[in-house]
Design a protein around this ligand. Sequence first.
Ligand code: SF4
Ligand code: SF4
Length: 248
Amino acid sequence: MANFRELLAATKAQIREVTPEQAERERGRATFLDVREADEHDQGTVPGSIFLPRGNLELSIEGKIPDKSTPVVVYCAGGARSALAAKSLTELGYTDVVSMSGGFNQWKNEGRDWITPQSLSADIRRTDVSECRRCATFCDRVIRPATCVAAGCSALYHYDDPLTGRRYMGCLHKVFATEIDVELFQQAERTRNGFGAVKLAAAPLRRCQFDVERAYEAEEDACVNRRFFDSPDEAPDAVRAFDLRDRL
Ligand code: SF4
Ligand code: SF4
């Protein structure tokens, strides 16, 4: 099975890429499509762009760009997501699609025109607390419920299901949303790997010992969102997450 780098290289071989300089020459002719996440878009975008995060691309593109012969310049932060998006658009029948290599970061760093758009709804931002997709690494914040148990967190609740007689536990703050079968949890904890981690559903509190799990290997220093490793609670004793690979 191909890893992400191989997949990206294969994708780039199937699409057309342009530099920001070449893309700028297309302004006025092509539609610029920003496929980054809401918080990235809110911090700056190419004027006149259509905003459609990569995750909603296939679902919503035909409503945003009905004419499939429209010239489209797709961009993200660095050129990886836009390459994948350009391939998807081509597969959907769009005939004149290019991906902007270097993405918005290079566009901006080279002094090209950009604006700060109106901010978007809080709903769109909600996933930002649990996942970051700003580079090709794709990180998720996760927590091991065992750390909540070990810390004796007062937000950890238990209840007995009257129908099954089984006991479940969960987080009152819904930092993790899963309700966990306590007996299965204890069985798993007795094994070498333990119960493992669950993805966060809400922003961690300063007491939550969350980790950051990376889906793909990326270049050193590729991270452009180091705050993702910090608790959003900015108190001095707030937790800084571990990169789970450090434990391998
Ligand atoms: S608040 Fe944090 S530490 Fe407490 S149960 Fe919820 S996730 Fe665990
Ligand atoms: S490495 Fe950094 S920028 Fe890339 S996805 Fe992870 S947190 Fe986001």
